[in-house]
Design a protein around this ligand. Structure first.
Ligand SMILES: Cc1ncc(COP(=O)(O)O)c(C=O)c1O
Length: 386
């Protein structure tokens, strides 16, 4: 039995989306900028996909810009606003320590170019405190970038409240909705944000395609120079099959969202309760209330997460850790570290992220095999420390 529990890393392409992609590869080869029949066929497919992806986030189609994925959408939002606002004299940017590298490393790059950056600290809930944001905001703040749902622990930020705070000081607000779009309702107006990033492969669309929503009237310096595609905002011939696949996946995700949220949160809770009950010295990381329905992050005391990941993989179960191996040493997850968890706990945590293919039988199988694997790893680590 192979069990995939790593849907926050990526999802398989939905069969309906795959079918639409294949048809577009076979029949829609025209350049969407060409005025003839072939070009207009491709353009019409892009228009349909734009309508679908806009519907996923409650936006107007004309406000959506297609990108090469979530990373480009985040980069474009942050660099685009920073550059556009440079002449205004606002030179301060705010984010949090639990953001994806697409945001954190963009902040680091801008800091090197003279921008003042604030990375908000968090507590063990993994939720950004509005008070912390209020304290950090200045009249100099150009942009606040805070993610909607976190990829490692699944916590959902109070974006509407945070965006209102930013706006009271005249700052713009970007949210990375890569891990929320397709899982929970996302509505740009209800969230009150100015920019919002999504990525196709997190909701059963293809990889290498995403979108940035930019509120009408917000000025953004283009990231790529070239042709006039995407209303002069993102140059380059559009990836028609990818965009068609993402658009179709968005429609399917929207149709299934309510039922899947109920199904997945029941499975996730079953997994979580089962592990906590059958494996001693385990703890859930982050607030359990405000979370996307498919994610849990659990620390296993006295276990190196990487060893558990490999042991589970050998048994056919795919999970992930937020830890990264750099130059032979295991770097604890930057998300768990930003939540002020001990580096030990940040190194022994595993993310389980559920999705379409998972069943109750699979979850029960994982709960059944874990105690044996963990006991074995713990006895090995005990033997090693003697
Ligand atoms: C929260 C978040 N933002 C951004 C990204 C990057 O998206 P992409 O893989 O489409 O570049 C990811 C993907 O892991 C993510 O989880």
């Amino acid at each position: 039995m192979r069990i995939y529990l790593d849907h926050n890393a990526t999802t398989p392409v939905d069969p309906v989306a795959a079918g639409a992609m294949i048809r577009s590869l076979e029949h829609l080869f025209g350049n969407a900028s060409s005025v003839h029949y072939y070009g207009q066929q491709a353009k019409s497919a892009l228009d349909d996909a734009r309508t679908s992806i806009a519907a996923l986030v409650g936006a107007e189609p004309a406000e959506m810009i297609f990108t090469s994925g979530g990373t480009e959408a985040d980069n474009f939002a942050i660099r685009g606003v920073a550059e556009a606002l440079e002449p205004s004299g606002r030179r301060h940017l705010i984010t949090s320590g639990i953001e994806h590298e697409a945001v954190l490393n963009t902040f680091k790059a801008l800091a090197k170019r003279g921008w003042r950056t604030t990375v908000l600290p968090l507590d063990a809930t993994g939720i950004v405190s509005p008070d912390r944001l209020r304290e950090a905001l200045t009249d100099d703040t150009a942009l606040v970038s805070l993610m909607h749902a976190n990829n490692e622990i699944g916590t959902i930020q109070p974006i509407a409240e945070l965006a209102t705070l930013a706006h009271t000081r005249g700052a713009l607000f970007h949210t990375d909705a890569v891990q929320s779009a397709g899982k929970i309702p996302v509505n740009v107006r209800a969230l009150g944000v100015d920019l919002l990033a999504v990525s196709g492969h997190k909701f059963y669309g293809p990889k290498g395609v995403g979108a940035l929503w930019v509120k009408r009237g917000i000025r953004l310096s283009p990231f790529l120079s070239g042709g006039k595609q995407e209303r002069n905002r993102r140059a380059g011939t559009e990836n028609v099959p990818g965009i068609v696949g993402m658009g179709t996946a968005a429609t399917v995700a929207l149709q299934k969202m309510d039922a899947e949220a109920v199904r997945l949160s029941a499975l996730r809770d079953r997994l979580e309760t089962g592990i906590l009950a059958s494996v001693p010295n385990t703890q859930v990381n982050g607030a359990r209330e405000a979370r996307v329905p498919n994610t849990t992050n659990i620390s296993f005391d006295r276990i190196e997460a990487e060893s558990l990941l490999i042991a589970l993989d050998l048994e056919g179960v795919a999970v992930s850790t937020g830890s990264a191996c750099s130059s032979g040493t295991l770097e604890p997850s930057h998300v768990l570290k930003a939540m002020n968890l001990s580096s030990h706990r940040a190194q022994n945590s595993i993310r389980f992220s559920l999705g379409a293919s998972n069943t109750e039988e699979q979850i029960d199988h994982v709960i059944a095999i874990l105690p044996r694997i963990v006991t074995k790893l713990r006895s090995l680590s005990l033997a090693g420390s003697r």
